[in-house]
Design a binder for this molecule. Structure first.
Ligand SMILES: [Zn+2]
Length: 140
């Protein structure tokens, strides 16, 4: 098993060196991104481009083998955000000048909680990046 190097590079380029969930740049953290299986291998997910996303270590850890989470607003169990089939900006938005990620949809809200996209350490780091004009990302 394992992801071929060419495919890995393709995923990294596609993600522009940002976590596809919290949008943290690996250039700012100095920590390489990891390959996230959107559908975990343990649940039958494959090592292919449609099932792989670039994620920071934190998001990947908090996601674990999960594919669904509870929307804090409706308590409904909904799928986690899928960076391959969904657009980030349709499900999330930067607030408070870019320090907070707000879920715009049930998928966005559930994912923001499950992956702790507004973890205290991350919010502090974002406020520093903002001071230097490195955040939030402008694309998408
Ligand atoms: Zn992340």
């Amino acid at each position: 098993m394992g992801i071929p190097e060419r495919l890995r590079q393709q995923i990294i380029t596609r993600a522009e060196q940002r976590c596809e969930y919290c949008k943290t740049s690996s250039r700012l953290t100095g920590t390489p991104l990891v390959m996230d299986h959107i559908q975990p291998l343990s649940l039958g997910g494959q090592d292919d481009a449609a099932n792989l996303a670039d994620a920071c270590y934190r998001c990947n850890e908090f996601k674990g083998a999960r594919t669904v989470a509870s929307d804090p607003e409706t308590q409904q169990i909904v799928p986690l955000f899928n960076p391959r089939t969904q657009l980030w900006r349709e499900h999330f938005e930067w607030r408070n000048g870019g320090t907070q990620i707000i879920g715009l949809t049930s998928v966005g809200r559930a994912t923001a909680i499950a992956l702790r996209l507004n973890n205290e350490n991350l919010v502090t780091a974002r406020s520093i990046w903002i001071e230097f004009g490195w955040h939030p990302p402008r694309e998408e």
